[in-house]
Each structure stands twice: as structure tokens, then as C-alpha cells.
Design a protein around this ligand. Structure first.
Ligand SMILES: [Zn+2]
Ligand SMILES: [Zn+2]
Ligand SMILES: [Zn+2]
Ligand SMILES: [Zn+2]
Length: 205
């Protein structure tokens, strides 16, 4: 009997060792549900993607906006429709402004609580991404999309975000450029839809 207890303790310790450092942190748990940053662990979350670079996190984080305080008429319209203002380079979703189109595309989804999903297929999808034909809903991280087109766009956006979170470990500027179709002046590369675009190849296309 004693042996069993020791063994299960060893297994539990092994599981904990394999989990990320923030797994037991309450402030991280909260950050995971509301796309926040945990100061203690120096990690942020967006659509359940862990982001260790504050620079990248700030680039994807949304800012609450007050439509009445907006000066740009095109922004006011875009905020109402959850679309983008091309003049100002911001996109809106759910009352927040995003500089990153990748972030806005994901933010258009409805917050889903993966552990409360009744359908096992949807539960599986929420671990990464996937469409459930039974429920007619696509899950992308902890966001749900009822429109298949919006789901497909969000699924692609999350892939870019995952790649950017990885890239941030080597160059945070490149990571920011990846999520906002920008340029990293240090590495002299530009990105479009998360992919590198070299200026020379532009003429070939
Ligand atoms: Zn934490
Ligand atoms: Zn504007
Ligand atoms: Zn389902
Ligand atoms: Zn770079």
C-alpha cells in the first residue's frame, strides 16, 4: 500500500516538472482568461498562447476605447462594426482597439471556457484549433467562431501568433513585425501575413 503512495507521488512530481513554470500561478490563470500579463512570471497570454516577450505582448494587447472620445470618423464607424480604420492603422473588436490585425482577427471570437464545453470534439479543438460539424462552431484557442470563414481566418492568425511567440525569443522586433505586417529594421526583413517578404522578390510576383 505504501509503495503505491510513493509511486503516485513520483508520478505527480513528474507531471509538475513537465508543466510550464506558470502552471500553478493564480495571476497567470487570470491572465490566460483575459489576455493579460503576469508581472511575477513575466509572461502574457493572448488566445491561450503564452508570450514571454513584453514587447510582443504589448503589440497584440487590445486597448479599451471610448467611441465618444474618438476624433477620427472612420475609427468611430470601424469601432461600431468591428472592422479596421486604414487611415489610423487600427482594427476594432468588442470595444477594444488593436494595432495588430492578427490580434483583432482572434479577438472577434467569443470567449469560450474550454473546461465547460459539453462536446468532446469542441474540447479537443480548444486545445489548439478545429471546426466541429456537430456544433457548427470552430474553436481557436479559447475563442469560439460560429462563422466558418471567420474561424478559418482566426485559425491562420493563431498560427502566426504561435510562430511570433517563438520568434520573439530571438528577435522581439521581428515578432512584432510578424503580427502587424511590419518591418524589423535590425534584421531588415518585412512580414506579410506572418511570412517573410523580401523586397527584391516583389518584382518577380
Ligand atoms: Zn504568473
Ligand atoms: Zn481612424
Ligand atoms: Zn462540438
Ligand atoms: Zn528582427
Amino acid at each position: 500500500m505504501k509503495k503505491v503512495a510513493v509511486l503516485s507521488f513520483a508520478v505527480a512530481a513528474l507531471v509538475i516538472a513537465g508543466a510550464p513554470a506558470y502552471a500553478g500561478c493564480d495571476s497567470c490563470k487570470l491572465a490566460q482568461t483575459e489576455d493579460g500579463w503576469c508581472d511575477g512570471c513575466k509572461v502574457g497570454f493572448f488566445d491561450d498562447v503564452a508570450i514571454k516577450s513584453k514587447k510582443l505582448f504589448d503589440a497584440v494587447a487590445g486597448k479599451k476605447v471610448d467611441p465618444q472620445a474618438m476624433k477620427c470618423p472612420s475609427c468611430v464607424k470601424a469601432a461600431k462594426q468591428d472592422s479596421a480604420c486604414d487611415q489610423c492603422g487600427v482594427a476594432f473588436a468588442g470595444g477594444k482597439a488593436y494595432k495588430s490585425k492578427v490580434a483583432q482577427t482572434l479577438a472577434l471570437g467569443k470567449a469560450a471556457q474550454p473546461d465547460k464545453l459539453a462536446c468532446s470534439m469542441c474540447q479537443k479543438n480548444s486545445k489548439d484549433q478545429g471546426w466541429c460539424d456537430n456544433c457548427k462552431v470552430g474553436l481557436v484557442g479559447n475563442r469560439a467562431f460560429k462563422n466558418k470563414q471567420a474561424y478559418t481566418r482566426a485559425a491562420a492568425a493563431r498560427k502566426v501568433l504561435l510562430a511570433a511567440a517563438k520568434t520573439a525569443e530571438t528577435c522581439p522586433n521581428c515578432a512584432v513585425a510578424m503580427v502587424s505586417d511590419g518591418t524589423c529594421s535590425a534584421c531588415k526583413v518585412s512580414f506579410k501575413d506572418g511570412k517573410k517578404v523580401s523586397d527584391k522578390s516583389k518584382d518577380d510576383k
